[in-house]
Design a protein around this ligand. Structure first.
Ligand SMILES: [Zn+2]
Length: 476
C-alpha cells in the first residue's frame, strides 16, 4: 500500500478486525498526542531516577555535570542531560547496565544483543532484562500491526542465524509469536567449522514456496538478492504480500525493482516495507505505507531527538540532524540522549496516513530515511546526503554524465555562502527540460536549489585520465 491509499479509518478498521490488535487497549500509539506525551514524561522521570540510582555511567555523569534528575520533568527538559557518544558506550558498555538493588524477578538478564557495525570493530553488548523482553515483544506486536501483518500470515525469517545473536533473527521470532503467525526460520548464514546448520539461499527459497510464505523478513540487501534469485529460478512466490526489507536503506528504485521481480499480474501489489533498525531500540521502526514515515512502534520505551551536529541543540520538527535516542522505560542497558551516528529527520503528532501518535522518521534525503553521519555534508545551513542526490539523478533521461560540486560563491572569501552546482552533459533531450527536472528533483531531495551547468562529458569524466567519473567534488 502506498502513501495516499492508507487512511486513519482504514488503519482502525484493520485493528478492529483482528482480536490480537483490537484487545491491545494499552497500545500507546493510539493515545492522543498529549496523552502519549504525559505517559512518556512519567516514564522518563522514573527512568532518570533509576539511572541516578543504579547506572554506574549516568550516576557519574550527573555528579560531574551537576545534573539534578529530579528537575527534569518534561521531554524538553532532557536538554539538561549531556549527550552520550558512541565512544563512551563502546569504552565501557557494562557501565550502562543498571545494577538494581534489590532486584525483582523481572530484573534478571534475559538476553544479550550486540551493537552492529561500529567503526571501532569490536561489537559491544547490550543487555535486556526480562522486563525489557516483555516490553520488546509488545513493541514487536505493535510493529506488526503497523505493517498490517495478521495471524493468518506465514513469515519466512531470512535474517542470519549468526555467531552473535542477530537482533533481526530473534525479533522476527518475537513478532511472529506475539501475533500468532506461522513462522519458518530459514537459518541462512555461514556455518562455523563443525556446525553444519545453515541453509543456502536456494534452500530458503524452497521453504518460501513449500510453506507459501506471505511475509519475508530480512536485511534489505539480502532480501533483494533473494528476490533476484527467485526470479532467475522461476520460484513461485505468488503468496507473498509483504516484504520487510530492513536495516539497509531501500530507495525507491530498489523497491520498484523488487516489485518487478515479483510481478504478479493483476494481484495486489506487494508492500515493500523499508524499516530502520537500531540496536538501541531493539527492533525496526516501520512504515505504515511506502515512504509514509518510519514509526517508532514503542514511544513508551524510546524518545528520539534530532540535534544540530555542531551545537548539539535540538532542531525543529522535520529538520535533518544527528539522531539521538533516550530510553524511557528500560531495566537492562539504559542510554540517554545517545548519538547513534546517523542523520535523520523526525516528525511527531498524528501520522497523516494511519492516524497513530508518536514519532516517525521522515524522508528528507532522497528516498531513504537515514544516512551515516560521516557521509552527510553541510551546504549553507542545510545537510545534504550526496548519495541521495546521486540516486535522484541516476534515473534522469537524456543525462550522459553528471557531477555535484559544492563551492564558495566567492572562492577567495572564507565567509562566502556555499552553493551546490550540478554539472550535466546531455544527449537527445532539450536542455531546458532536463534542467527543470534536475532542479526539481534535487531541491525536493535536499531543500537546496542547485545551479545547473552544462558541460561536455570529458570535463566530468575523461576516460584517458581516470577510471571512474568523479561524481562529487567539495571545492571549499
Ligand atoms: Zn502511519
Amino acid at each position: 500500500m502506498k502513501a495516499g491509499e492508507l487512511t486513519p479509518r482504514k488503519a482502525r478498521e484493520f485493528v478492529a478486525r483482528w482480536p490480537v490488535y483490537r484487545g491491545d487497549g494499552d497500545n500507546p500509539l493510539w493515545l492522543e498526542p498529549a496523552e502519549l506525551k504525559a505517559l512518556q514524561e512519567s516514564n522518563l522521570r522514573r527512568q532518570l531516577q533509576l539511572a541516578a540510582d543504579f547506572s554506574p555511567y549516568y550516576r557519574e555523569v550527573f555528579r560531574r555535570e551537576g545534573v539534578d534528575p529530579g528537575r527534569i520533568r518534561t521531554l524538553e527538559d532532557l536538554e539538561r542531560v549531556p549527550v552520550t557518544s558512541k565512544e563512551a558506550y563502546l569504552e565501557n558498555p557494562l557501565s550502562f547496565l543498571l545494577v538494581i538493588e534489590p532486584p525483582d524477578a523481572l530484573d534478571a538478564t534475559y538476553e544479550i544483543t550486540y551493537t552492529s557495525g561500529t567503526t571501532t570493530g569490536a561489537p559491544a553488548p547490550f543487555f535486556n532484562s526480562a522486563y525489557d523482553m516483555y516490553n520488546i515483544t509488545l513493541q514487536m506486536r505493535r510493529m506488526a500491526e503497523i505493517c498490517r501483518m495478521n495471524p493468518e500470515d506465514t513469515v519466512l525469517n531470512l535474517f542470519p542465524y549468526a555467531g552473535l545473536p542477530h537482533v533481526g533473527f530473534y525479533r522476527t521470532v518475537h513478532f511472529a509469536s506475539a501475533v500468532g503467525m506461522k513462522l519458518v526460520n530459514a537459518m541462512v548464514g555461514r556455518d562455523a567449522p563443525g556446525f553444519p546448520l545453515h541453509r543456502s539461499m536456494d534452500e530458503a527459497l524452497a521453504l518460501a514456496q513449500s510453506h507459501r510464505a506471505s511475509v519475508l523478513a530480512g536485511v534489505g540487501r539480502y532480501v533483494r538478492r533473494f528476490l533476484v534469485r527467485a526470479s532467475q529460478t522461476g520460484a513461485d512466490l505468488s503468496s507473498l504480500r509483504l516484504v520487510m526489507a530492513l536495516g539497509d536503506a531501500v530507495p525507491e528504485g530498489v523497491r520498484e525493482e523488487m516489485r518487478a521481480l515479483l510481478a504478479k499480474g493483476d494481484a495486489d501489489e506487494v508492500f515493500v516495507n523499508n524499516g530502520y533498525v537500531l540496536t538501541e531500540c531493539q527492533g525496526p521502526f516501520v512504515e505504515c505505507c511506502e515512504f509514509g514515515g518510519n514509526h517508532n512502534s514503542a514511544p513508551n520505551l524510546y524518545h528520539l531527538e534530532i540535534l544540530d551536529p555542531e551545537t548539539m541543540r535540538p532542531l525543529p520538527e522535520g529538520e535533518v540532524g544527528m539522531l539521538a535516542v533516550t530510553h524511557l522505560d528500560r531495566r537492562g542497558t539504559v542510554l540517554l540522549r545517545y548519538l547513534v551516528g546517523d542523520m535523520a529527520a523526525v516528525e511527531s503528532g498524528t501520522c497523516p496516513h494511519c492516524g497513530r501518535s508518536g514519532q516517525r522518521l521522515v524522508i528528507r534525503m532522497g528516498s531513504t530515511y537515514a544516512a551515516r553521519a560521516e557521509r552527510v555534508i553541510r551546504v549553507g545551513g542545510k545537510l545534504v546526503n550526496p548519495e541521495a542526490v546521486k540516486s535522484q539523478l541516476a534515473g534522469v533521461k537524456g543525462m550522459v554524465e553528471y557531477q555535484l560540486v559544492v563551492e564558495k560563491e566567492d572562492p577567495g572569501n572564507l565567509f562566502s555562502p556555499d552553493r551546490l552546482i550540478i554539472r550535466l552533459s546531455v544527449a537527445g533531450r532539450m536542455r531546458q527540460d532536463l534542467e527543470k527536472e534536475v532542479v526539481d528533483k534535487v531541491s525536493e531531495a535536499t531543500g537546496i536549489t542547485p545551479l545547473i551547468q552544462f558541460v561536455q562529458s570529458p570535463e566530468i569524466y575523461d576516460p584517458t585520465l581516470v577510471l571512474k567519473a568523479t561524481r562529487f567534488l567539495d571545492r571549499r
